[in-house]
Design a binder for this molecule. Structure first.
Ligand code: SF4
Ligand code: SF4
Ligand code: SF4
Length: 758
């Protein structure tokens, strides 16, 4: 990924933008952090936050006029947070403990004219930059600060001035010989604080005050702070000393200074549903501890995190998209060493909801998909991430599990019913019924096409495989006369739309809406919550057709809180279930928890993943083509093994009974019968080792004799059909079946010749 692409992604996420209060503060005090600490009663932490930003913290924290109030988001919900009063309480509650940091001297000198807030800020900042600073002030010796506010005491002012002296700032009386021109000749940098009337007596300082650089008519002399606001006076001192530094470095006095003063933040914070609460009134003597804690508790701790709030995946990795973008960029840049973000990159469901929620349109889907494609093309993708899905795709396109036929008795197709691997694998009987119905309502020339649409390769970032499958796909489609494809699955539709736009594809749901559904008795009258698959989020016409069809079932349907284009994934999308099964289970569980009602879905995979969490879930097709045996909500999830077996069986059955073809499948495919208990079945399912694979391993062991005999009468046989080696512990039984006890797989190479693989 190029740096430019990273920056484009990063710019879309505003989570790291400051809250309104901080952006509006001329010195950018972190009001949010201050409130967070104060709400917990941690005022010492509050003082640290203040003194990190404010010069003269003992003075400014007590007299700041709070321009941040105008930008405080709480304003709309009862009134702005009284940040000024909170700062004052922090200052009154305990001392500022200022560590004495000795900044190495640079050898440069700075003169500061005036004894007001602006001048003293410039002097402090100059000392902080390593300059030897001399302040020329009037005879009052700093006492004029006392007149700024009745809350200031002599002690407070003394403490600040003493601190400055400790830092090495030299205070000299101002006499008539001190002029800006004269100082400019003697010192490297000069700043004049115009909040001091003495400075305002020099017309050359007043004539040309540039608001960005504070440059004056005297070269090398900067001046500012002629404002009633104390905090703006301090900000001018800071700005002026920065300009002086740039002047000495020969750098531009004006470039990239937009965010030095107040600016409008880009941070988005959702305040919907926040209860209004008025500010805790500020007594003349300032808050008590309890009042300060309560007022700080009104702060909304402004942040965005809108996408994170609604995405289990984004929550899982403890950050937010901008941070993830940097981690992914770094991950892709690693030449040698551990790529820590691989798991994250492969765990996104690619549902795209974040992009639709984000005020800046940040798309984790695009980011993760781009990263996956890059990892695959550079051979950095760990094979374990997606090989099960890719192997399943290869199976789906094998002669055993794929089928392309014109309708029996027809030699051309106007339509092709495309059920997709999941519907065919999970509900093969429903697939047959739907095909029968379509033939009836469309009046003939409805072909049948079972194969994988290519979604696994797309989600895995394997562009080469996807392009190869796409070419095959187009060739097959054209060979049928380029008919309209009726897709049951919205993921297939998404692939057609994005990768194969030439294919004329419509949704099964739109066809059923238009052509009608079979008359069936209403199955239930209890409400069900309607879940849209994530790939329907960008298909409003499909969602509308489904709602129309649901209304015909007489099942009262509820909308989930996040529905339609904001729907969430079931955990299968983007191959999350393949790369991170535990997270996929969490994703499904989270979604199921959004309503106590049974779920009604129109994607077979959603049905299965929700059913796996124990949620009663019905597929919409089951309401129109009900299973013969009982309530569709009671149907159990279908294991990966069974899904494959079902697809192959569907192909065999359709060929045999519908197209009346001879059975051409391998006769011995199922000859080997397995016996295993529920625990072993579960283990194999969780390790994604299919029954068919176990059969092949045992057959290999039995035929080749390459098996390890164990004292308990069991055997271990192994087989490496492609990249993965499988091992099975089994025992042949007297009745000719094989009892399976365990199985596992790995990618480690076991050197030696592989023989006798059937
Ligand atoms: S609510 Fe809190 S964080 Fe948000 S702008 Fe106001 S003070 Fe700052
Ligand atoms: S799972 Fe969906 S909402 Fe979450 S980051 Fe990925 S694309 Fe965005
Ligand atoms: S919604 Fe997410 S990606 Fe968008 S700005 Fe907020 S935190 Fe960042």
């Amino acid at each position: 990924m190029e740096k430019k692409t990273l920056v484009e992604f990063e710019n879309r996420c505003v989570q790291e933008e400051p809250p309104g209060c901080r952006a509006a503060c001329p010195l950018h005090l972190d009001g949010r952090a201050l409130c967070e600490a104060a709400a917990k009663g941690r005022f010492d932490e509050g003082r640290k936050i203040i003194q990190k930003t404010l010069p003269l913290p003992g003075i400014l924290s007590r007299i700041c006029d709070g321009p941040c109030r105008e930008a405080c988001l709480r304003q709309e919900k009862g009134g702005a947070v009284e940040l000024g009063a909170l700062e004052r309480f922090c200052a009154d509650e305990g001392p500022f403990r200022r560590p004495r940091i000795l900044v190495p001297k640079t050898g440069r000198t700075a003169a500061v004219l005036g004894g007001g807030i602006s001048s003293l800020t410039a002097a402090l900042d100059g000392a902080g930059k390593g300059y030897s600073v001399t302040v020329f002030r009037g005879e009052t010796g700093g006492r004029e600060l006392l007149s700024l506010s009745p809350v200031l005491t002599e002690e407070m002012v003394e403490e600040e001035l003493e601190w400055m002296e400790n830092l090495g700032v030299l205070f000299l009386p101002w006499d008539a010989s001190v002029t800006p021109e004269g100082l400019a000749g003697r010192f490297d940098a000069v700043y004049a604080g115009l909040d001091d009337p003495l400075c305002r007596s020099f017309p050359e300082l007043m004539e040309r005050e540039d608001p960005v650089s504070l440059e004056t008519a005297v070269p090398g002399v900067f001046a500012g702070g002629n404002t009633p606001s104390f905090i703006f006076r301090a900000a001018a001192g800071r700005r002026g000393m920065k300009s002086a530094e740039r002047f000495l470095q020969g750098a531009s006095l004006t470039s990239s200074r937009e965010k030095e003063g107040p600016y409008a933040t880009r941070l988005f914070t959702n305040i919907e549903g926040i209860e209004p609460a008025p500010p805790v009134p500020v007594p003349p003597k300032g808050y008590t501890r309890d009042e300060a804690v309560r007022e700080a508790g009104r702060c909304l701790l402004c942040e965005c995190m809108e996408c994170v709030k609604s995405c289990v995946f984004l929550q899982k990795y403890g950050g937010y998209p901008k941070k993830y973008a940097r981690e992914i960029y770094n991950n892709l840049s690693v030449i040698q060493g551990t790529r820590l973000a691989n798991g994250m990159i492969n765990s996104c469901t690619l549902c795209g909801r974040c992009e639709r929620i984000c005020p800046g349109g940040f798309s984790m889907r695009d980011l993760c998909l781009t990263a996956r494609q890059e990892m695959v093309s550079q051979q950095k993708m760990p094979p374990s991430a997606h090989d099960f899905a890719l192997e399943d795709m290869a199976f789906g396109n094998s002669p055993e599990a794929s089928l392309l036929r014109h309708e029996p008795g027809h030699s051309r197709s106007a339509f092709l019913f495309f059920p997709g691997c999941r519907l065919a694998g999970i509900s093969p009987r429903t697939t047959e019924s739907v095909y029968g119905h379509l033939r009836k309502v469309l009046g003939g020339e409805v072909g049948f096409w079972l194969r994988c649409c290519g979604a696994p390769a797309r989600w895995a970032g394997c562009r080469k495989e996807l392009e190869k499958a796409g070419k095959e796909f187009l060739d097959q489609w054209r060979s049928m006369g380029s008919p309209v494809v009726i897709a049951a699955c919205t993921s297939c539709l998404e692939v057609f739309r994005k990768e194969l736009p030439e294919i004329r594809a419509v949704s099964l749901w739109s066809v059923l809406q238009e052509k009608g559904v079979p008359e069936t008795a209403p199955i239930r009258s209890v409400p069900a919550a309607l879940h849209d698959p994530c790939t329907a989020a960008e298909l409003p016409e499909v969602r509308a057709a489904v709602r129309d069809l649901v209304s015909r079932t007489k099942v009262p349907a509820e909308e989930l809180p996040l529905t339609g284009e904001l729907t969430s994934c079931c955990g299968f999308g983007g191959l999350q279930e393949c790369a991170n099964p535990a997270l996929a289970a969490e994703t499904a569980k989270e979604r199921c928890g959004e309503s106590p009602s049974d779920f009604l879905v129109y994607c077979a995979m959603c049905r299965d993943l929700f059913a796996r969490t124990g949620k009663r879930t019905m597929h919409l097709l089951d309401l129109f083509f009900p299973p013969s045996d009982g309530d569709p909500g009671d149907l159990p999830p279908v294991s990966w093994s069974d899904q494959r077996e079902n697809r192959a069986a569907l192909v065999r059955d359709l060929r045999k009974y519908l197209w009346k073809e001879e059975e051409k499948m391998e006769a011995d495919r199922d000859a080997l019968s397995l016996v295993m208990d529920k625990g072993t079945e579960k283990l194999l399912e969780s390790r994604r080792i299919l029954a068919g694979t176990v059969r092949r391993v045992i057959r290999n062991g039995e035929v080749s004799g390459r098996k390890i005999a164990r004292p308990d009468g069991t055997f271990i046989a192994g087989l490496k059909p492609a990249a993965v080696t499988y091992w099975v512990v089994y025992r042949p039984r007297e009745d000719g079946t094989f009892e399976v006890f365990s199985a596992w797989s790995h990618r480690m190479e076991v050197k030696g010749r592989e023989e006798g693989a059937p």
